[in-house]
Design a protein around this ligand. Structure first.
Ligand code: ADP
Length: 314
């Protein structure tokens, strides 16, 4: 099975002709609410691809908690270890989108911000039967770090999506992960220069691979170490200590790239869980990422296994 330890959010989306000014009340066009959060998106994506998936995280009892859990379950995600926190709201994103597609977003972490070592303890019980642990950065870093340690102790592969972008990820966390999957912005934050193509991705990979393989912890030099820089419609740059390659994106007509990165990680992890090679896993990631761009929305655009297999065969 695969474990996803991360955020679970409700996105509340309002559309309007333009974004409101400070102090202004504006008549909007439409409203909808969708389930999101990078953690939940990745869990849903993996479950849709047919892999037993455990979500570990928190929702709030005061708002949307039951709805968010039901949404995960509907996709086939195991939610026994999603803790319902009685004292807070679920994580929410308040999103405004105007006619030009410009947006404004306020994220309130709520229950996601409460995730702590108790959750890591529940996660640890799942490790003996897990093949991979997927992490992102929408829950507190100390919990992410503890989960990475627990997984590596058990020999479980750790995949870190260092999103949202930040420049202060502890070196220890970088040295613990097996696979790290930044997009260009996230890679740029981590290395301190602009990453916007193959050449700069190559330089960023030199630096980041060094951080991933450095340190005195007992896990280095043993397992897979791989950096994947997601370059959007251009594709993905892959670097390991002994090979480098670039995989162009699958040509599709993209309508909405939301959750392409989450789908990529899901496709990649699915291939690893099924024992495929690294190269094949990158192809599967790119296929899932490409498919996710062909439909609007985050979770609704994530492909199921039938669509995914058919796409790979073509
Ligand atoms: P994120 O959503 O994290 O910013 P990207 O936008 O880089 O990540 O997308 C992740 C992966 O999905 C890319 O590396 C690529 O393989 C695939 N992808 C993204 N956008 C497109 C696109 N327009 N056409 C085809 N594949 C895409």
């Amino acid at each position: 099975s695969i474990i996803v330890f991360g955020s679970i959010n409700k996105d509340l989306v309002a559309t309007a002709p333009r974004l409101p000014l400070a102090g202004e009340t504006l008549l909007g066009r439409d409203f909808f609410s969708v389930s999101g959060g990078k953690g939940a998106n990745q869990a849903v994506a993996i479950a849709r691809l047919g892999i037993p998936t455990h979500m570990v995280g928190r929702v709030g009892a005061q708002s949307f908690g039951n709805e968010l859990i039901a949404n995960l379950q509907a996709a086939g995600v195991e939610t026994e270890n999603v803790f319902v926190d009685e004292t807070v709201n679920s994580g929410v994103a308040i999103i405004t989108v105007d006619d030009a597609g410009e947006n404004q977003i306020i994220v309130i972490p709520g229950a996601n911000g409460r995730v702590d070592l108790d959750d890591v303890e529940r996660l640890s019980r799942l490790l003996p039967t897990a093949q991979a642990l997927l992490l992102q950065l929408e829950i507190p870093i100390p919990a992410v770090l503890a989960a990475a340690k627990a997984a590596r102790d058990r020999g479980v592969t750790v995949i870190l999506d260092p999103a949202p972008a930040r420049s202060d990820i502890p070196e220890e966390l970088l040295s613990l992960v097996n696979i790290m999957t930044p997009n260009e912005v996230e890679a740029g934050q981590l290395v301190g220069f602009t990453v916007d193509g193959e050449e700069s991705a190559h330089r960023a990979a030199d630096l980041l691979l060094q951080k991933m393989t450095r340190g005195t912890n007992k896990f280095n030099n043993v397992n897979l170490k791989c950096l994947l820089i997601k370059l959007g419609e251009r594709g993905v740059y892959c670097a390991t200590p002994d090979q480098r390659f670039f995989l162009p994106a699958f040509p599709v007509s993209a309508v909405d790239t939301t959750a392409a990165g989450d789908a990529f990680n899901a496709g990649f992890a699915t291939a690893l869980a099924e024992g495929k090679s690294l190269k094949k896993a990158v192809v599967w990631g790119a296929a899932a990422g490409a498919l996710a761009t062909t439909k609007p929305g985050a979770q609704p655009s994530l492909p199921d296994r039938f669509i995914f297999d058919k796409f790979l065969q073509e």
